[in-house]
Write a protein that binds this ligand. Structure first.
Ligand code: ZN
Length: 147
């Protein structure tokens, strides 16, 4: 699978392989992207969201892990989802960083974001409201939800 830097700190592979995606999803992603050179479309569509992710990466200067980036349509259907996710369009990323305090700051930072924004809050080691991951997308209108 073709790889390249999308921005100084993020590669196309990170977007396609997501740290939280099972191997079968990655295989389906690669198949979908290789069909009719679909990766050329996705490589372009992901740029705006990575522009924002790079801003965050630079500002907080910590490693950011993409837990789920591109997800192909077939995988979404396989998981009994609608297939209309912004991840399918290649304009969404779910991400996390190890430092919870910084995750909270990033969450605050993104509150004015003009696209889709969501977070998964969990209880971890007895601590409530720990952010497990943040979702951002560039849908072109403000959208907010919780997992
Ligand atoms: Zn997401």
């Amino acid at each position: 699978m073709v790889n390249f830097q999308i921005t100084p700190n993020f590669t196309f592979h990170e977007f396609i392989f997501g740290t939280n995606l099972p191997l079968v999803a990655i295989e389906m992603n690669i198949k979908a992207l290789c069909d009719s050179k679909h990766y050329e479309t996705i490589a372009e569509s992901c740029r705006p969201v990575f522009c924002e992710l790079q801003r965050i990466r630079k500002k907080y200067n910590v490693p950011i892990y993409i837990t789920s980036g591109y997800r192909c349509y077939d995988w979404e259907l396989f998981r009994k989802r609608s297939g209309t996710s912004k991840h399918v369009e290649g304009i969404a990323v779910d991400f996390q960083c190890e430092d919870q305090l910084i995750m909270n700051k990033i969450w605050e930072d993104l509150q004015g974001w003009k696209g889709g924004l969501a977070a998964k809050f969990v209880t971890k080691k007895g601590v409530r409201n720990v952010i497990s991951f943040i979702h951002i997308d560039t849908r072109g209108e403000k959208a907010r939800w919780m997992y």
